[in-house]
Design a protein around this ligand. Sequence first.
Ligand code: DAH
Length: 339
Amino acid sequence: MDLKEIRAEALKKLNDLHAKSERDLSATKSHLFGKSGVLTALMRSLKDLPPDQKPQAGKEINDLRIELMSKCDEKEKELHRLVIEEAIRSQELDLSIDVPLHSVGSVHPLNRVKNLLTDYFVGNGYIVYDSPEIETDYYNFQALNVPQDHPARDMQDTFFITDNILLRTQTSSGQVRLMEKYKPPLKMICPGRVYRNDDDSTHSPVFHQMEGLVIDKNVTLCDLKGALDGFAKFIFGESTSVRFRPSYFPFTEPSVEVDVSCFNCHGKGCRVCKNTGWIEILGAGMVNRKVFENCGIDPDEYRGFAFGMGLDRITMILCAINDIKLIWENDVRFLHMFK
Ligand code: DAH
């Protein structure tokens, strides 16, 4: 075999190699360069040539050896790369597979209502005040004109932690804390959790209220009505009207119970309003002089109105929920209904 033939045959073999032919590559290498390889044999046969041909023949064989060795090295690298590519390809993720999607969360209906009301009042100049859920008897009752043994304590069944410390039964305690801290004029809402030992389809031991308090020099019951009228129209629609009924709360005088005309039947009577045409939504009144005195505000200089509403109740009305437990249970099927 002459050099040209050896070269042509070796290049063809190398060219035919593919990812899985690493063994063939080493076979080709030993066929060319091994102990009994063709190039080794040619080198060995040099000694039989006449001396004047030796240098030229030796150079040609050596050049071919170098060329083919470097071709083999290149091929080896290429095969190595092909093996890696093949391994990656065989592990590729199948993104077309059909898996159940994670469901996307949403704002809880109660928080939606709270945010909506908060936005309304903040837009009307009220500050949002946060007050503790674990309270002393003083802030929850005494300062609000409910002394020990006052019959009004029976209106709210309280969870006591000690004789003096309790879980607040109403966000009204926030009024006292605010008045102690800031000077009038004041406009605030205080949303948050409250606790009472009460449990049925419309009462839960934990529920939410939003307190409101406005204090200034010439505040009247008309201002209270105007404020609640605007609020009711914002929440229940422009055609909603507000009605005051006389009531009693120790911390307001006079006190009122506030109803809105039924947004569902517009006063004709339906299930939502229990056929009365009206829905009770909150308690309110003019801040009692005694409360002002307890908080160091001069009742002859300042007047104020206050209101307190149940956020769970308003959520139940707006979302037609008939059991307060649904608000707490966090059953995703229920929550999905309000996405
Ligand atoms: N704190 C009362 C309750 O939980 C609600 C209430 C009534 C709050 C009248 C007030 C108010 O600020 O003026 O039943």
